[in-house]
Design a protein around this ligand. Structure first.
Ligand SMILES: [Ca+2]
Ligand SMILES: [Ca+2]
Length: 233
């Protein structure tokens, strides 16, 4: 009886040890992903690109190079992303013709996930239907112990669409609270509250090919920011 119990216990311990090992192997393989989030932009118009991290990281400094085609895009400015509200953000827009370097640092680790930086570009000499790529070049991230943080990068591209209006889900030519309502209703029932196929790309404001509440939240945040700007003038 005692032997049997021991055997069962040994088997249970082995199972736990094995599953922990498996977990650590799979965890080693998967690195945090730094990606550029961009989708559509009008001809000769401003467009915002986000630099995001897909999981929570403890970081106290980073430096990223973002490469673009200077024939199709001009760089306007960059700012700290919504995941960071502190620390020092620096951007050298004149680093070279085709590259922006952004640097952020703080004295201690920030536990962040989501948007690390926002970059504004203007499209030029690019007709509807053409695409232009954005690439992450030499980059590094570290924590407060000066340890390097390993990560993977994902590049992206902007597609130029003359009719595209970010957030305009109902197609009336502007982005307002009515669009957030249209996106929310679409989420309740696509059949009862459809969004015209032409405007589906407008509604997917984070360009992830899914229209959900994070898109309507994004529209609401944008409107609130616009109102604040309006109020400040
Ligand atoms: Ca609208
Ligand atoms: Ca979306």
């Amino acid at each position: 009886m005692l032997k049997k119990k021991t055997a069962v216990l040994t088997a249970a311990v082995l199972t736990v040890v094995l599953s922990l090992n498996l977990f650590s192997v799979s965890a080693k393989k998967k690195l945090p992903e730094i990606s550029l989030q961009c989708g559509y932009a009008q001809e000769n118009a401003e467009t915002t690109v986000s630099l995001n991290v897909n999981e929570k990281i403890s970081v106290s400094a980073f430096s990223f190079e973002i490469f673009f085609d200077p024939k199709k895009l001009s760089f306007e400015d960059a700012s700290m992303g919504s995941a960071l509200n502190y620390g020092n953000f620096y951007c050298n827009g004149e680093y070279s013709d085709d590259c922006v370097r952004i640097v952020w640092s703080d004295s201690e680790d920030a536990n962040v996930s989501g948007e690390l930086a926002k970059l504004k570009f203007r499209t030029k000499n690019a007709e509807t239907g053409t695409k232009t790529g954005l690439y992450i070049g030499y980059s590094s991230m570290g924590n407060e112990k000066f340890e390097e943080i390993a990560f993977d990068t994902v590049d992206s591209e902007i597609e130029i669409m003359q009719d595209y209006i970010w957030g305009d889900a109902n197609g009336d030519g502007e982005t307002t609270a009515a669009d957030a309502v249209a996106i929310n209703k679409y989420n309740i029932s696509r059949e009862l509250y459809p969004i015209n196929n032409k405007y589906v790309i407008n509604a997917d404001i984070d360009y992830n090919n899914i229209i959900n509440l994070s898109d309507s939240d994004g529209v609401v945040n944008y409107i609130m920011k616009q109102n604040r700007k309006g109020g400040a003038i």
